[in-house]
Design a protein around this ligand. Structure first.
Ligand SMILES: [Zn+2]
Length: 257
């Protein structure tokens, strides 16, 4: 049994000693300004530290949907993500197709990741992004029970498929829109390499790059809800997400760390 998680709220009071770095950044009101959320799945990936350096340099926040097995292999990166004020979501422990496994296993995949992230970073993930964007009523019921909304996306980067900096840059700018949620991967080297250029371009277009919980409309999202609204029918989600274990065609998770 995992301890219950707090319902997702960007307004919840901070515990003493919690990520003071976030307090220094003036909060962005996405009702007043144009915001976009970049989200990174399957991590912490091998290049997460470089990505965190870039995000810090450009005063941007991201949302990381972490896989328990890689939190185990790269705890320092997970810790840094939380310390630097980024949002953390649960992307299961081993990245199975949740619709194809038993309810007990779904629960195990999610609670094991909750507990490990809490142990490593001091905080529970506050949202779920199911692997491949695939979920069913059972997943929704478990998300409700665990106090977490399900976060999908409404724009892809196809970074895992193209592995090309220019292609990733163009795809993200093509899909960028106010309050958009973009799917990317911090294990794709080209994504991390093109990020400074991409953040400059987004900021030039007037975007504030924020965590999902800061987006307009995200504050009213409740446990078990799907966000962004309508994202589940927006597109063929599976075509935007790698099929298979990403790290098996990336680098070994233990490589270098
Ligand atoms: Zn994934």
């Amino acid at each position: 049994m995992s301890a219950p998680t707090a319902a997702w709220s960007a307004d919840k009071p901070k515990a003493a000693g919690e990520a003071t770095s976030t307090a220094k950044v003036a909060s962005v009101d996405c009702a007043k300004v144009k915001c976009i959320a970049l989200t990174f799945d399957d991590g912490p990936g091998k290049y997460a530290d470089k990505l965190l350096d870039t995000l810090k340099k450009y005063k941007s926040k991201a949302t990381f949907f972490l896989e328990g097995q890689y939190v185990k292999s790269r705890p320092a990166f997970a810790k840094r993500m939380v310390a630097e004020g980024h949002d953390i979501g649960n992307h299961s422990y081993t990245h199975p197709h949740l619709r194809e496994i038993s309810e007990d296993r779904i629960r195990e995949e999610l609670t094991k990741t909750q507990d490990l992230v809490k142990k490593v970073t001091g905080k529970y993930p506050t949202t779920i992004r199911p692997p491949y964007g695939e979920f069913d009523e059972r997943v929704q019921a478990i998300a409700t029970e665990m106090g977490m909304p399900i976060i999908l996306w409404n724009g892809g980067s196809r970074d895992w498929a193209t592995r090309n900096e220019t292609a990733i840059y163009n795809e993200v700018l093509k899909n960028a829109k106010r309050d958009g949620v973009i799917l990317m991967h911090d294990w794709v080297e080209q994504t991390v390499k093109v990020m400074p250029k991409l953040l400059v371009a987004l900021q030039k277009q007037g975007y504030h790059v924020v965590a999902v919980s800061s987006l307009r409309g995200a504050k009213g999202v409740k446990a078990g809800d799907i966000y962004p609204v309508g994202s589940e029918k927006d597109q063929d989600l599976s075509s935007e997400s790698p099929t298979g274990d990403p790290e098996s065609y990336a680098e070994s998770p233990a490589d270098g760390l």
